[in-house]
Design a protein around this ligand. Structure first.
Ligand SMILES: Cc1cc2nc3c(=O)[nH]c(=O)nc-3n(C[C@H](O)[C@H](O)[C@H](O)COP(=O)(O)OP(=O)(O)OC[C@H]3O[C@@H](n4cnc5c(N)ncnc54)[C@H](O)[C@@H]3O)c2cc1C
Length: 466
């Protein structure tokens, strides 16, 4: 009888854990599931598996550990930092799209218990129908998953008022690198019971454990909401308006920003009537009780006008509200029409340094002759420079790399960080030492060793071993 090679043996062992229909083995399929929105080059996974329950996850992890094969979790693959690409050491891609059930909505407790493959937008729809609200809002919410957003510590447009994913995770069930179950937290809103172990998994990018269930906090759904567009002739005036709104004790759900290039590009791709000749646009969402919303709108408009807004538009209908948000959300896709690829970054600074960051990034991109579309959750101090490039154009790519380094240097000099919400993945791991001090990095490596001594969980993401 012909001897089986190691990959045939792996598939054979996997079929003892999962039905064969849940395992992809063709090169084409393995390659597709080994990529994410970072566009980074990848290696094809050894196998792709679609898990349906916790036991299967445990058994696959035990199998992988025994064979020294990496396990790379995958939600929808929308992360933009190479957090779930398969690299040189190969691995099993574990896809959670079949573990996508909302297990229990507890209206009395304001909690929801979910499997990791639940799509964020779907969860929002279901809880909103009951008058509840799950605010974290990564813009790719129509496809991105709860597991992925916990692992990336995702945030999005509503963080300014409501906080990010980490503020809504009350309890987790995690499969550890040795295939055991670890439970953290509970359904309670407070927890001072020992170390806050759950928080270590939030933002760990699938490198410390596999989230197989989560209990999330819900809040009452705001009664009413409106979105406003405010245009400015200078970035400085737009930033000044953001700070003045906050000084006036108005707490919008969202204060987002688009520069002139971003507005023009989005408008060409998905016209929504935005003005294309202004330097800066603020997209401000206000929400709350129906009877106080009009007053909030008036005060906000007054502040915007005093800070030099040259035009203000407020959504008058649900249809207009959706149209404005669709245009804002389409920004990255719109940029991707300009070149073969689009890179998006995620730098964040204290809010009082924002104008310097935005103007600095614009200057750097002009210096290196790169197109840039800047958007950001500016209320949080977060800026996403989107730079469309052609990776095959060597000259353009090397100019992009120089620009990126200068953008990071500028961010460090302003006391900022390399990521507010997208994570590090493999794309930014070479820069992490600039933002995390050597001692903190040493402790991060120790934590990885404790949870995953054989380095099988999404190896080499966030930082490389020493
Ligand atoms: C157009 C666009 C706009 C975006 N806007 C935002 C934004 O505004 N804010 C924001 O924060 N992000 C944004 N993102 C990034 C992205 O959508 C988020 O990071 C999202 O939460 C990732 O979810 P996912 O299901 O696609 O995860 P994936 O990309 O599949 O995985 C992300 C990470 O989670 C790990 N993982 C997945 N499931 C599990 C699990 N069950 N257990 C352990 N680890 C797991 C993976 O290994 C990987 O490390 C945007 C992306 C795009 C393409």
């Amino acid at each position: 009888m012909a001897k089986r090679n190691s990959s045939e043996l792996l598939i054979q062992d996997l079929t003892e854990i999962l039905p064969a229909r849940n395992i992809l083995t063709s090169l084409e399929d393995r390659d597709i599931y080994s990529r994410d929105k970072s566009n980074l080059p990848n290696k094809a996974a050894d196998a792709v598996v679609f898990v349906e329950n916790i036991e299967q996850v445990q058994n696959i992890v035990k199998l992988a550990r025994g064979r020294g094969i990496p396990v790379i979790c995958r939600g929808a693959g929308t992360n933009v930092v190479g957090a779930c690409t398969v690299e040189g050491c190969g691995g099993i891609v574990m896809d959670f799209s079949k573990m996508n059930k909302i297990l229990e909505i507890n209206a009395e407790n304001s909690t929801v218990r979910v499997q990791p493959g639940v799509v964020v937008g779907e969860l929002q729809k279901q809880v909103e129908a009951l008058g509840l609200y799950y605010p974290p809002d990564p813009s790719a919410l129509a496809i991105s998953t709860i597991g992925g957003s916990i692992a990336q510590s995702s945030a999005g447009a509503r963080t300014f008022k409501y906080g990010s994913t980490k503020d809504y995770v009350l309890g987790l069930v995690v499969v550890t690198a040795d295939g055991e179950i670890l439970r953290t937290g509970s359904s309670t809103v407070k927890n001072a019971t020992g170390y806050n172990l759950g928080s270590i998994f939030i933002g760990s990018e699938g490198t410390l454990g596999i989230v197989v269930e989560a209990v999330l906090k819900l809040i009452p759904k705001p009664e009413s909401k409106k979105v406003m567009l405010a245009y400015f002739d200078t970035v400085r005036n737009a930033v000044k308006a953001v700070n003045t709104i906050i000084e006036k004790r108005i707490l919008p759900a969202t204060i987002d920003f688009m520069d002139k290039n971003a507005v023009n590009t989005a408008e060409k791709y998905s016209p929504s009537g935005m003005l294309c000749d202004k330097e800066a646009l603020l997209v401000i969402e206000i929400d709350g009780c129906e009877n106080s919303l009009e007053n909030t709108r008036k005060v906000t408009v007054d502040v915007l006008e005093k800070c030099g807004a040259c035009a203000i538009r407020c959504s008058g209908s649900d249809e207009e509200y959706e149209k404005i948000w669709a245009a804002r959300r389409s920004s990255m896709t719109a940029c991707a029409q300009l070149r073969d690829h689009v890179t998006t970054d995620d730098v964040i600074v204290p809010r009082d340094k924002l104008a310097r960051l935005v103007e600095g990034i614009q200057k750097i991109c002009t210096k290196y002759k790169l197109i840039s579309c800047l958007i950001g959750h500016i209320g949080d101090g977060s800026v996403h420079p989107q730079i469309p490039i052609d990776y095959n154009d060597e000259d353009e790519y090397s100019r992009y790399k120089l620009a990126k380094k200068e953008i990071y240097d500028l961010t460090v000099s302003l006391g900022g960080l390399i990521s507010g919400e997208h994570g590090i993945g493999s794309l930014k791991r070479d820069y992490i030492h600039k933002f995390v001090d050597a001692n903190a990095l040493k402790y991060m490596r120790k934590i990885k060793e404790v949870f995953d001594p054989d380095n099988i969980l999404n190896p080499n993401k966030i930082f490389l071993p020493e």
